[in-house]
Design a protein around this ligand. Structure first.
Ligand SMILES: [Mg+2]
Length: 179
């Protein structure tokens, strides 16, 4: 039997935001301006990259425990094959590996993809989802989730209480993914 392939975004789904920085400010820093709203800044200067690297140090990024618990249950079920598809840029590779190691979550996934060629996040995720032939994807970015739901014929879920998606399906509990 074909396994059901479920892919998860990292930040906002598995990894929480740093507790002291308002989400609005993070969004402002990380998303550029454009007419359709889907454009993400790549921090080109060394100092910006340093700040981002620091803000991704694992102790500043708490795990989203209930989601990890749920994913751990799924990982035990041979019906499912689990992936991470994160658009974190190449300069965050070590921080990401370190987080997954420290939080003992690496073994839950068949493969973990991050955005090593620094592509636009929505394009990177679209490409990877096609490549692995995912059945389900969960992201916390409403605009991005809607973009993917428009482009791909798979189930796209948005795990974020503060946005209403038009195309993707909003959920606030990962249990709603299956069953
Ligand atoms: Mg995210």
């Amino acid at each position: 039997m074909e396994k059901i392939k479920i892919a998860f975004d990292l930040d906002g789904v598995i990894i929480d935001k740093p507790p002291l920085i308002p989400k609005k400010l993070l969004e402002k820093l990380f998303r550029g301006k454009s007419h359709n709203g889907l454009h993400y800044c790549f921090p080109h200067s060394k100092i910006e990259q340093k700040i981002r690297k620091l803000s991704h140090f694992y102790l500043f990024r708490p795990p989203i425990k209930r989601n990890i618990q749920f994913i751990s249950q799924l990982a035990k079920d041979s019906k499912f094959e689990l992936y991470v598809i994160s658009a974190r840029y190449s300069f965050l590779r070590l921080e990401t590996e370190n987080w997954l190691k420290k939080r003992k979550t690496k073994s839950l996934f068949k493969e973990i993809f991050i955005n090593l060629s620094d592509e636009q996040p929505h394009l990177f995720k679209e490409k990877k989802l096609r490549e692995i032939k995912a059945d389900i994807f969960v992201d916390d970015d409403g605009l991005l989730a809607d973009y993917l739901a428009e482009k791909l014929k798979i189930k796209i879920y948005c795990f974020n209480k503060n946005v209403d998606c038009l195309k993707a399906k909003n959920i606030d509990n990962l249990n709603d993914l299956v069953g």
